[in-house]
Ligand binder design. Structure first.
Ligand SMILES: Cc1cc2nc3c(=O)[nH]c(=O)nc-3n(C[C@H](O)[C@H](O)[C@H](O)COP(=O)(O)OP(=O)(O)OC[C@H]3O[C@@H](n4cnc5c(N)ncnc54)[C@H](O)[C@@H]3O)c2cc1C
Length: 418
């Protein structure tokens, strides 16, 4: 395997770097100031910061748009491996990926529509999403059941003539507070008997359908993550045409597997960029500030912390590139252990490094004067958001133990050859 940047990646990297330096960095404070006006739980008052809209227009004109999508007609035609360094660069700040229409959860939802949508569904929903005109939300998790086991989901999809009727309560629906959020992908129980992974379906729901009630936004560490938000939403006898079903009855898990594969890797790629940013802030601060007659960085075990951070970032990057390479080479289904492994490693690595960067800043670290608290909240939430660490560890263990199943791989001797 070869992880060297392809000529296409090198070209995009340079253009991305130039774009961020010329357009985004000089206006980062302006973005944060404008977004601060969205503070508070009342999402109905949230507005997209004007500067974000300007950046998006500029990025699209510059051809830095939909870089995540491997399809060359609608995206940049980059492989997962080729996209990794670009996502890393976008990950330095929480808001940067959206500038390039590369933010979660829209990327995962666009991938779903791209792979599983009918022509009509693509025309209605994928086209405006690819154009960045609307936003979307993925509604799987429910407050009343342990959602790390997705077979638990109990919201329902009922057939009624040529309509589907949806009922249930969802929460942690990321992006549902965004003023442009027009589409929900709803996962619900459609066939309660039968094999547990064939009981659920996924349905496209316009956010203005009667019966969709957003009840509140959930804060993470006290902030509401505007203008996206994480909402609790009730679906109360919501009727949509039968054609809004994705792929087919009972296909929810088949879709989810496709959706969460590359999407998980995108989070990890961005986490590495965020960790680079945190380390940079840690070193800059540690060199500039003096205590007990020395730059803080040279006190106690701080230099070792810097070294450990560099080592951890490089390890995580290599594992991410390996998972990306494996997705490209053998597909998501055959790369589940690698996807799960990096999903454990990257957010934990980010959490540790941001925590140390905060410590190096003293009191400033927990203020809003440096962008570390946002990165910390992101890292901590990422350890849950695509499924808890433990579930990913269980997947790695399952794949590992499968190598020892005599019937499948010829037993231990075969396993040893991996
Ligand atoms: C910021 C954020 C954004 C999110 N965005 C979305 C979104 O857009 N759409 C969506 O549908 N959901 C979203 N989620 C929800 C997320 O996917 C769930 O929180 C997650 O799957 C865990 O489900 P749960 O909260 O019900 O925890 P539970 O299932 O109740 O699990 C609680 C704990 O049990 C333990 N546990 C579970 N399984 C195992 C195991 N096999 N072994 C050992 N311990 C275990 C873990 O410690 C786990 O944290 C988001 C969550 C967060 C925090």
């Amino acid at each position: 395997m070869d992880f060297a940047h392809s000529p296409k990646t090198l070209d995009y990297l340079q253009r991305l770097r130039d774009f961020l330096a010329a357009n985004v960095a000089p206006r980062a404070a302006e973005y944060r100031r404008q977004n601060a006006a969205n503070a508070g739980a009342d999402w109905t008052r949230w507005r997209v910061p004007a500067v974000m809209q300007e950046w998006k227009t500029q990025a699209r004109a510059a051809g830095l748009w939909n870089l995540f999508l491997p399809d060359a007609e609608h995206g940049a035609g980059l492989s997962t491996l080729e996209y990794a360094p670009l996502a890393e660069m976008m990950g330095r700040n929480e808001y940067t990926a959206e500038i390039f229409n590369c933010n979660a959860p829209d990327t995962g939802n666009m991938e779903v529509l791209h792979h599983f949508g009918s022509d009509a569904q693509k025309q209605q929903w994928l086209a405006p999403l690819l154009a960045g005109e609307i936003r979307s939300v993925f509604c799987m998790t429910e407050p009343d059941v342990a959602s790390s086991d997705a077979t638990n989901m109990q919201a329902t999809i009922r057939e009624d003539g040529d309509a589907l009727v949806l009922d249930g309560r969802k929460w942690w629906s990321t992006g549902i507070g965004h003023p442009d959020c027009k589409l929900a992908i709803f996962m619900g129980l459609s066939h309660p008997v039968g094999e547990p992974h064939s009981r659920h379906g996924m349905v496209l729901v316009p956010m203005d359908a009667p019966g969709v009630h957003i009840e509140r936004m959930l804060p993470t560490y006290g902030t509401f993550d505007p203008p996206h938000g994480h909402g609790e939403v009730v679906f109360d006898k919501v009727r949509v045409p039968r054609d809004n079903l994705l792929l087919g009855p009972g296909k929810g898990f088949a879709i989810a597997q496709g959706r969460l594969g590359p999407g998980r890797i995108h989070h990890c790629m961005r986490a590495i960029g965020a960790a680079e940013h945190a380390l940079e802030l840690m070193i800059t601060r540690g060199l500039a500030r003096v205590a007990f007659g020395k730059p803080i960085l040279h006190l106690g075990g701080n230099l070792e912390r810097v070294a450990d951070a560099r080592i951890a970032i490089e390890q995580a990057r290599l594992l991410t590139l390996y998972a990306a390479w494996k997705i490209d080479a053998v597909g998501v289904r055959n790369a589940m252990a690698e996807i799960s492994a990096i999903k454990v490693v990257a957010p934990n690595m980010l959490q540790t490094i941001v925590d140390q960067a905060i410590q190096m800043h003293g009191g400033a670290g927990v203020s809003e004067d440096v962008p570390l608290t946002g990165l910390f909240a992101l890292a901590r939430a990422l350890r849950l958001a695509d499924g808890p660490d433990e579930v990913h560890r269980a997947m790695v263990a399952r794949v590992e133990l499968a190598k020892y199943a005599p019937a499948k791989h010829g037993g231990l001797a075969e396993a040893g050859r991996k």
